[in-house]
Design a protein around this ligand. Sequence first.
Ligand code: IPD
Length: 289
Amino acid sequence: MVTPGPPEVPEGLDLAALEEVACEVARAAGRLVVEDRPDDLDVSSKSTRTDVVTEMDQRSQELILAELARRRPDDAVMGEEEGGLSGTSAVTWVVDPIDGTVNYLYGIAHYAVSVAAVVGDPAVPGGWRSVAGAVFEPVSDELFHAHLGGGARLAAGGGVRTLRVIGPTDLGLSLVATGFGYDAAVRARQANALVEVITAVRDVRRQGSAALDLCDVAAGRLDAYYETGLNAWDRAAGQLVATEAGAVLGGRVDDTPDADLTWAAAPGVAAPFADLVRRVTAEHVTRRP
Ligand code: IPD
């Protein structure tokens, strides 16, 4: 399939202002999912019985939709859960109301709200690009944020610091994260691929939130990350944070992460890491954006 190149950023689009909106909305939704979590959380399943959605995923998305409609009434919104908004501007917000839903369900404090502004059509493979975004981890109160060309920052503990990836130069000494889909047959392929990865690196983590994995590469808490079969909302904000921090990112064929494969790595290990994950996941082809 021929995919279009990433779209141009329209002239005059205020990317810093979009970043600010992403931060405010991600913070508001993150506080909601922590503060309003009921003791008897209502849970149902989606694509498979292990792919869960909680009432708080839906409420978080409703809050995000309402906040974006108020602040950016002309923009479209595409979210992981039911409902979205159509728009007339060049911007679509791609949002994951809780990335790491299974962690949230189990009370594991590693999940995030991910809010990204993209240009182009996020439903078209290769047809969109993130221009601003925020990933908020509400339990640790860490906010990762970035806009295209503006660098990446982490706001935490009352301060803000610029993120700059340095990292190792030896893949064998690299700490790598990955994730798994919700379909058993897909997982079997992902597990087979992992056997080859885990024997080539320092160690592997499965943390449960793709958005935070990408931000952890930006923050130097991981040296590299890869996953097959991600949706646009899992990665739209995190991949911008990682890129702006100086990580090298790519997908199946070039430097654009895609649904087949998303990888991110410190510059010193990016080339061998890309070769490795492209080779071991070669048959993991999907058709999503
Ligand atoms: C999931 C997480 C997980 C990744 C899965 C995603 P969700 O998102 O990001 O780390 O491995 O592929 O679907 O379902 O928690 O929003």
